[in-house]
Design a protein around this ligand. Sequence first.
Ligand SMILES: [Ca+2]
Ligand SMILES: [Ca+2]
Ligand SMILES: [Ca+2]
Ligand SMILES: [Ca+2]
Length: 484
Amino acid sequence: MKAILTIAALLFVVSAPAADGWLVKLKNSRSLHTFAADMERAQVNVKDLKLANWVKVDISDEEAQLLKQHSDVLAIEKNATLKLQTNIESYDPVIRAQAQAHIDAQRALGILSYRGEDNPEIPLTITGGSGSDPLFDKQWGMIDNDIKGAWSQSGTKGSDQIVVAVIDTGVDYTHEDLVDNMWRNVGEMGTDANGQNMATNGIDDDGNGFIDDVVGWDFGRDDNKPYDLHKTGFQLLMGGNPGHGTHVAGCVAATGDNGKGITGVAPNVKIMAMRFLTEDGQGTTEGAIGAIKYAVDNGAHILQNSWGSEGDGGDKEASQALQDAIQYSMDQGRLFVAAAGNGHQGVGYDNDTDAKPAYPASYDHDNIISVAAIDKSDALGSFSNWGRNTVDIAAPGVAVFSTVPDNVYQDTVIDIPGLITATWDGTSMAAPHVSGAAALYMSKNPNADWREVKQAILSTATPINAMSGKSVSNGKLNVRQLMQ
Ligand SMILES: [Ca+2]
Ligand SMILES: [Ca+2]
Ligand SMILES: [Ca+2]
Ligand SMILES: [Ca+2]
């Protein structure tokens, strides 16, 4: 007891908290009580993450070292920074200077095209529509996978009972080609006893700990609107989110045959929007495990993850908290699809994740499918990670055409004449093809567990030279073959 009090006293006098705080794993659920009491005495904020006895504490790095000796503490780690796996940020000082000058000029004129905190309301009615998807021909990844053949042969385009959690920068849930496929939390729909709309009554009607969570949750801002706050043009050259989660969501399950835009691999399944990466394209371990926990507890079958700790300044250490969260998803029978990672600037082809892991894709959990990116001619994306044992399969991930916020569709993420043009490239774009395929397979085979789904996806891969000896399956996704 004396030792604990000493630590509490020390905590009281030491410096300001680290930016994102620290994550602490307590020895058991009982220790939360004594630990929280100690921290309260030291005037330190404690947040129960409700997963495997992890809590978050707002303390400085020096205090974290002291806390390791606390009798209730099993492990402690930094609440690390995680990033999306598509990055347009330029590291060229000349381009950065030009971009900054443009941003400053736009800001001075008050015309900075950046959607701030004005998250749109969540539409509660179905839009509908019919007719073929006019931009399908631009979706080379869908054509390469012969998804139309897969649908007709299997007799399914997905079931609305299958839910894919897009754990990302959020989703534009108002997008014309996504709005009808957003997951709806039935426990927050309809009217309550007072005749109020349960979606907007400010009450946690289903008692899941989240108020008015209709399409998912925003773990970045802790609100019920997981909207895909994004940046455009010059701002992207300084880093940030180009509408990443919306692009990923469209690839999984944009609405098919509604006379608009494109189609996802599984155009009848549902998208649960889990936002933890912000408009800066960054999030924390705390946000990621919150999103994973929510997705599992609220019925997502597949967790789609195009983010990670590798490259571009993200924290690269393995995280026990994140591994505990993935373990939870596995224990609860869910599939965890992860982008293999985009290497580091300048590393390119040599990025073997067997030698240099990229998390979460490279964690050991068997329910992970780690996905590399290939282009239209079956070559590995120049940025894509690979790994004989740690990458499972490749999928389309170069110049991918999909939905982005504000009813836009694109395969070019940035186009500033004379300065830069870039397409939507990334293992980020590859992973959702696999998530969509898994959702399609589970729609057809509702009793399949994650082992069967993973086995089916890997065993039906088409062998390609680029993945030979560089992945578990030695091949690329083949949705037509999967649904045979
Ligand atoms: Ca709720
Ligand atoms: Ca409510
Ligand atoms: Ca929000
Ligand atoms: Ca469509």
